[in-house]
Design a binder for this molecule. Structure first.
Ligand code: ADP
Ligand code: MG
Length: 385
């Protein structure tokens, strides 16, 4: 494939916040952009040169996107793999439909991790009622997760007994599921890699993540935020997982660090990830610029983190922190703190649990960053961490 230089048009399937930050990165480098998303007021559609407003599988929409864009990427993992395959008949598409299809299905995803020799949590695939009977006691207590379409802790249930397992599966409407053993987590972390068509790969430093109620709340990135040996294994495993998919684009892999020092892979996202947002403010190449570079066929250089960073997710709950009426958080009070970088996604209407934006704090030391981030959290009414 030829290199697409600035002046070309880069397309993205999906118009959420990840698409918006991709569009910003592409436009900063002089590219034109096209977004396909059915929502008229989508965060990415509203800042893109072109916005095709159709369903993801609408043939006329896909043709129109190809009419605008010289190459196409994706920003959310539930873009139908079939739509990507159809686009790929007309334009270069990265990541490819096959890799995205694996990431869309927890059972296939775990099979891929295992093929790559990367350990994941003990689990069983639940396709029918007989599979429930075959579940071994060792998997309980566990977490039952729908194989497809789960995100931010949705489509999951914690189960302690066989009776609870059965009830939970009925509650998930007997959807194909994976039952995972509940593991004693010491920490969670993630790694982002970018891989080009030529197989060249670079990665961002290991990110330490704190989830609350299944949703990412805090990401911290600095030397030593994850024990060195587990950090090394996380990077090496992520590279192997990307290579095994012959992946092109940005891939994020999430891991669990266990109390006994083991590192276990959790899941992957075939796109930039919430845990990599800090890179826009604290690294010389962000995850979104990496996505632009892989899609356009530009060289990949190893990103350099130039400041410790801590990111706080800003969920819609914040808009209701001062009562039942929706009110805008006091941004002025956090922007008065040194090294704060506010990102809001332009979403109309806050809802509890909805990702509205994030705040990244940078500074001269991890301690200084943490101190400012704690102050910011307090001023916004976020729980300390
Ligand atoms: P999602 O697709 O919603 O992000 P995950 O599988 O990543 O779903 O689960 C969300 C969170 O739930 C994880 O980040 C972790 O905090 C917790 N969790 C998931 N699986 C396990 C497990 N097997 N053991 C312990 N905690 C888990
Ligand atoms: Mg997750």
């Amino acid at each position: 494939m030829t290199v697409l230089l600035p002046g070309a048009t880069l397309g993205v399937m999906g118009g959420g916040q990840l698409g918006r930050m991709f569009v910003h990165a592409a436009q900063r480098m002089g590219y034109f952009t096209a977004v396909l998303d059915p929502d008229e007021s989508s965060p990415a559609g509203s800042v893109s040169h072109h916005h095709v407003r159709t369903d993801y599988l609408d043939e006329s929409g896909l043709v129109r996107l190809c009419g605008h864009a010289d190459a196409i990427t994706t920003e959310f993992e539930n873009v139908p793999a079939d739509a990507l395959a159809r686009l790929a008949e007309r334009r270069p598409v990265a990541p490819g439909a096959a890799a995205v299809a694996i990431a869309q299905d927890r059972a296939q995803e775990k099979a891929h991790f295992t093929r790559c020799g990367v350990p994941c949590a003990p689990h069983a695939v639940i396709a029918d009622a007989d599979d429930l009977d075959r579940v071994v006691d060792d998997l309980l207590p566990g977490i039952l997760k729908t194989a497809r379409l789960g995100y931010d802790g949705k489509g999951q249930a914690r189960v302690g007994t066989r009776a609870e397992l059965r009830a939970a599966w009925e509650g998930l409407r007997r959807a194909p599921c994976v039952l995972e053993k509940l593991l004693p987590l010491a920490f969670e972390c993630s790694v982002l890699v970018a891989r080009g068509r030529d197989g060249a790969m670079v990665h961002l430093p290991v990110q330490r993540n704190l989830h609350r109620a299944g949703i990412l709340a805090v990401t911290e990135v600095h030397e030593g935020c994850v024990p060195a040996e587990q950090a090394r294994r996380a990077v090496e495993s992520t590279r192997r997982i990307a290579e095994g998919l012959d992946y092109v684009g940005v891939l994020c892999v999430e891991f669990f660090g266990l109390e006994d020092g083991a590192l276990v892979v959790n899941e992957m996202a075939p796109r930039p990830h919430n845990s990599g947002h800090w890179s826009m403010d604290a690294a010389d190449v962000s995850q979104f610029e990496l996505q632009v570079r892989t899609l356009a066929g530009l060289p990949l250089v190893q990103p350099r983190q130039h400041s410790p960073a801590l990111m706080l997710n800003l969920l819609g709950d914040l808009w209701f922190a001062r009562g039942a009426e929706e009110s805008t958080p006091d941004w002025g009070s956090v922007l008065a703190l040194p090294g704060t970088h506010l990102h809001l996604y332009g979403k109309l209407g806050a809802r509890p649990g909805r990702k509205m934006g994030h705040l990244t704090v940078t500074g001269t030391s991890p301690q200084a960053v943490r101190a400012v981030a704690l102050q910011a959290a307090q001023r916004l009414g976020l729980q300390p961490f």
